[in-house]
Design a protein around this ligand. Sequence first.
Ligand code: FES
Ligand code: FES
Length: 172
Amino acid sequence: MLVVNDAPTTLDLEPRVSLLDALREHLHLTGTKKGCNQGACGACTVLVDGRRVLACLTLAMQVEGREVTTIEGVGPHPLQAAFVRRDGLQCGYCTPGQICSAIGMVAEHRHGAASVVTDDVTTTPDLTPEEIRERMSGNLCRCGAYNGIVEAIVDTAPAMAEMAPALTPVPA
Ligand code: FES
Ligand code: FES
């Protein structure tokens, strides 16, 4: 059973089916995009128990019973409005993944995660544009809308931090 956007759904899937294909082909939630299908672009990013995951590298059976949130379950969200306001998109193909990734990224930051550009990993750094660029580096935008994406996240990070769920430890 998958729980997607608060809706429990029972699917009869082969064990090899990815979460991405389960969402798109079986549940017809096509907001989650397939870019590279090999973990390199971030277009397929969704949230599982509040953490960002690449749906193309995750088997549907791995998330059985856990809370999956796709772009269809995110909105309306202040970050979506900020993307429009800041021109954080052109074609929009990467945008669902960018939005889900940013929400997960802010939750990770709120819970103290460091990044490779964090100078002092014993403290939680401010979410500066440099930190945001590094933490969002797994989400590619072929249209090059990066400046607007970072500005939209800067605008909305405090509100997202307030909305962020408590993150549970990553299952072994
Ligand atoms: S489609 Fe999953 S990372 Fe590119
Ligand atoms: S808006 Fe076109 S790939 Fe990002």
